[in-house]
Every structure is written in C-alpha cells, then in structure tokens.
Design a protein around this ligand. Structure first.
Ligand SMILES: NC(=O)c1ccc[n+]([C@@H]2O[C@H](COP(=O)([O-])OP(=O)(O)OC[C@H]3O[C@@H](n4cnc5c(N)ncnc54)[C@H](O)[C@@H]3O)[C@@H](O)[C@H]2O)c1
Length: 246
C-alpha cells in the first residue's frame, strides 16, 4: 500500500477533519500517532477506529501544539513507539469570533500560537528528525485568501501558514522533505456548523459547497504520497470551487 512502513503524526486528530485524515492514512498502511489536547477524546477516537485497522498501527499522545516542549515530547513519543517519523499533518486549529475593536492581545496570541506556531514547532522537529522522503501538510483554510468579518486572527494565521509552507518547502528540499498546504472550504464538521457567523447568517453556506472531511483527507493523502514527489511548496484549495465564483 502507498503508506506501508510510513509513520505519521496527525495533530487535532480528535476533530472532524483530523479523524478522517487518521483513517485515510491507516487505510494506506501508515502507522499513525494521534495528537490532540484531551486523552479521553483521543481514546474514544482510537476506539472508534474499530477492528478495521491493526491497533498496533495507531497510538495517541496528548499534545498542546502551542507549546514547543509538548511538541518535542510528541515527536519523542512517536519515534519511541514506531521507530521513525515520515509525515506530519499540522491540522490542529482554533477559531475566535469577535470584532477587531474587542479583540485583545491574548486573543491574537492564542490563535497564532495554535494555528501558526504549532505548525512551526512541528516543522522544526520534522526538519531535525524526519527521514528523507518525508512530507508535511499544513491545514490552512480558504480564509487565508478570502475571509469574512470577526475572524481576523484566524484569517491572518491561516495566511501566514501558507507563507510558512513556502519557506519550509525551500529549506526542506535539501533534506529530502516536501511541505505543502491544503485550504479546505466549508467542511461538514462541528467546526463549520458551530461557527457563530454561520449560525447568525453572516456567512451563508450553500449546501452544494459543503465537502466531507474525507475529501480533505484525500487531498492530504495525495500530497503526502511519493507520487506527489514534484509537488512542493504548493497550496491546494479543496473547496468544491467555492472561491472560484464571482
Ligand atoms: N471545518 C471546516 O469547515 C474547516 C474549513 C477550513 C479549514 N479548517 C481547518 O481544518 C482543521 C481541522 O478543523 P476541524 O473542522 O476538524 O475542526 P475541529 O474543531 O473538529 O478540530 C480541531 C481539533 O484541533 C484540536 N486543537 C485545538 N487546539 C489545539 C491545540 N492547542 N493543540 C492540539 N490540538 C488542538 C481540537 O481539540 C480539535 O480536536 C483546522 O485547522 C481548521 O482551521 C476547517
């Protein structure tokens, strides 16, 4: 299979898209470390993988991606458990809904710490410890390109994540590591339907523009696979053409 003998870390693995990424990588034969904030959720997600997958090919680690020491510990745990590291999917993300005049420095730092620095911390560890032939995928958002009111720190962090993707692709090349990003559009997850802008009608979602978490996972699997060896430093919109419309 495409990911046989490959070892991946997926952050935000308990979330809607994270779970789909974990499943897709396991289906491809990878071993996967599920990283997220809470052990009980991670346990439930891992249990939910059921009998379809060999339990020896998955493990969990509590990791706040905003803390570099926790990221180092998560990479340590992955290498201890599975022997190496080939893929990182920086999928953990958080959002905040507030008008700019009400936002605080802490609001901004909180979002940037998770949505941008978390990916930096993992990229640094990957560059120090990942095997040649490895790959990173950063989960950005269409908000990196077009956005709406009340989500300025999120949109800024997701845009900066595309810039980090480019920089890391350039520096990763000599190490034999590729770095790409996906920009999901509206995805059928609790994050979408719990979005206060969606609930208030500020952001109107046409059902035809809503994809499944598995659609995002499929794009990520493509970017990680050896087949995509010449795809590097790119940002792939996965939004069902939502942004293409005038
Ligand atoms: N759902 C959508 O429509 C959509 C659209 C575009 C982009 N995205 C992006 O996709 C990614 C996954 O989103 P989702 O829809 O699955 O949302 P979700 O809220 O279901 O999942 C996000 C996960 O990240 C975890 N997380 C948050 N802060 C963390 C931290 N500090 N350390 C570790 N884990 C942390 C959460 O616990 C959660 O499990 C996010 O980066 C999000 O910005 C989602």
């Amino acid at each position: 299979m495409e990911f046989d003998q490959r070892i991946a870390i997926v952050t935000g693995a308990s979330g809607g898209i994270g779970q789909a990424i974990v499943r897709r990588l396991l289906q491809g034969g990878a071993s996967v470390m599920l990283a997220d904030l809470h052990q009980d959720r991670l346990d439930a997600v891992r249990a939910g993988l059921g009998r379809e997958f060999d339990p020896a090919r998955s493990a969990t680690v509590v990791c706040d991606v905003a803390r570099e020491d926790r990221v180092i510990a998560a990479v340590d745990a992955t290498i201890k458990q599975f022997g190496a590291l080939d893929f990182v999917v920086n999928n953990a993300g958080t959002m905040l809904f507030k008008p700019i005049e009400q936002q605080t420095e802490q609001d901004w730092r909180g979002i940037l710490d998770v949505d941008l620095l978390g990916a930096f911390f993992f990229t640094k560890q990957a560059f120090l410890r990942m095997r040649r032939g490895g790959a990173i995928v950063n989960v950005s958002s269409v908000h990196a390109v077009e956005t709406e009111p009340l989500v300025a720190p999120y949109a800024a962090a997701k845009a900066a994540l595309l810039s980090l993707t480019r920089s890391a692709a350039l520096e990763g090349k000599a190490k034999g590591l590729r770095v790409n990003a996906v920009l999901p559009g509206a995805v059928d997850t609790p994050m979408l339907w719990g979005n206060p802008n969606v609930q208030a009608g500020v952001e109107v979602i046409d059902k035809a523009d809503v994809g499944a978490a598995a659609d995002i996972a499929a794009a990520i699997a493509f970017l990680l696979a050896d087949e995509a060896r010449f795809v590097d430093g790119t940002s792939l919109r996965v939004d069902g053409a939502r942004l293409a419309r005038l």
